[in-house]
Design a protein around this ligand. Structure first.
Ligand SMILES: Cc1ncc(COP(=O)(O)O)c(C=O)c1O
Length: 393
């Protein structure tokens, strides 16, 4: 099924039946940490494990199956981020791992005097790999800030020079839900000839993603945030990948994207990736976005009515991920008390440590309420009731 075949109606009760992890006794708001997985994805993973696949290629049917599995997963991720060429997609163990790999590779040409821009709004996986790589190369790191109250990203322009080699920026904050104007950042970065590395891990679970429209040169995502297994991927124009010389083994393929992929790929997980993207296509990411948008309005409205609760950030364009705190209570305590009431909303900074500190929330962060494709209005009501009770204690 392709994106154009997407359903015409969005019945969340029907969608929920596809997820074996749905538990009527636990309202889940922990999706930004990893979404629930549909049965078809679990079946695809198990099916591939049962298929007797050994390695790619060779004269056997299982060798061809391994090949087909890799190509299908690449094609699936390419579609999920608005591309068509499967050669655009590199898989790795996690977004963090592929980003460290990419940073090591891209920084080979950096030296003293070169500059790299990272944003404080980002998850650390789109900060630290660049900081470490810049330090090794003797390059300078420039920090892009954000408004601690609104959680809107500052203007990147004052940080850019003709020595800027790369700008790393998030397409959506996993802490505040902010969706910065990535296309605007990219346009300015491109004016000075910098590459733009976009973290779309959080965004790709909530809206249709289009690498070209975002202006990304490289775009990273993690299938486990949108119905899939635990893997990371980075997408880029194959011509850009062709120009890079990653560390690789001598006998391993020098083709793109194989030259970036270290060792044997997890075929069973790749089968799950394809199934996950097909599931997203079946339901339609635009329909998911509309469903979540309606629930978000309901959630924000309800949160505004509860005394002692602070909602952090008020970005104009956002995902349905909301960070809150209850006056006088540690986030971890709030999270525990919600769990005791059948509501899963974790506490912390969620590796967006710079963001949490910059917003004055220290290392403790807040309680994160993440809406997902499978969230119901009833669950939002349960959360609001539980939070009201916790705040009133
Ligand atoms: C916005 C964002 N970027 C990056 C990551 C890291 O992804 P991975 O676990 O695949 O390394 C996460 C994980 O929570 C995330 O939310």
């Amino acid at each position: 099924m392709t994106a154009t075949d997407a359903r015409t109606s969005y019945d969340v009760r029907e969608l929920r039946r596809a997820f074996p992890g749905v538990d009527p006794d636990l309202a889940r708001f922990d999706g930004p940490g990893g979404s629930l997985v549909p049965e078809v994805v679990a079946d695809a993973v198990a099916g591939m494990l049962r298929a007797g696949v050994c390695q790619r290629g060779g004269p056997t049917a299982v060798g061809r199956l391994a090949d087909d599995t890799v190509l299908a997963a690449r094609a699936a991720i390419a579609r999920h981020v608005g591309l068509s060429d499967p050669r655009s997609v590199v898989f790795g163990r996690s977004m963090t791992a592929v980003t460290f790999d990419m940073a090591r590779t891209l920084s080979r040409e950096w030296g003293p005097g070169d500059e790299v821009v990272v944003s404080r709004l980002d998850h650390d996986s789109n900060i630290r790999p660049w900081v470490v790589a810049a330090e090794r190369a003797g390059a300078t790191v420039r920090w892009l800030g954000f408004d601690p109250v609104t959680a809107e990203l500052d203007d990147v322009r004052p940080l850019l020079t003709d020595r800027t080699r790369l700008v790393a920026v998030t397409a959506a904050s996993n802490l505040f839900g902010t969706r910065p104007d990535v296309a605007g950042v990219a346009a300015k970065a491109h004016e000075v000839g910098a590459l733009v590395y976009v973290d779309a891990v959080h965004l790709a679970a909530h809206v249709p993603v289009d690498l070209g429209a975002l202006g990304a040169d490289l775009l990273a995502c993690s299938p486990y945030k949108f119905f899939g297994p635990h893997l990371g991927a980075v997408a880029a124009d194959p011509a850009l990948l062709e120009r890079q010389r990653p560390d690789k083994l001598l006998p391993s393929s020098d083709a793109v994207p194989e030259r970036f992929e270290l060792g044997t790929l997890p075929y069973e997980l790749l089968a799950g990736v394809t199934a996950a993207v097909e599931f997203a296509e079946d339901w339609g990411m635009a329909a998911v976005a509309a469903h979540e948008r309606a629930l978000l309005d309901h959630l924000l409205d309800g949160l505004g009515r509860i005394g002692r609760v602070t909602v952090h950030g008020r970005p104009a364009r956002r995902t349905p991920t909301v960070l809150v705190n209850v006056d006088g209570l540690e986030p971890g305590v709030v999270s525990e008390r919600l769990a005791a009431r059948g509501v899963a909303a974790p506490a912390g900074s969620f590796y967006a440590l710079e963001a949490s500190r910059h917003a004055g929330l220290g290392d403790a962060g807040g309680v994160r309420i993440g809406l997902a494709a499978y969230t119901t209005a009833d669950e939002v009501d349960r959360l609001l009731t539980a939070l009201d009770a916790v705040a009133g204690e």
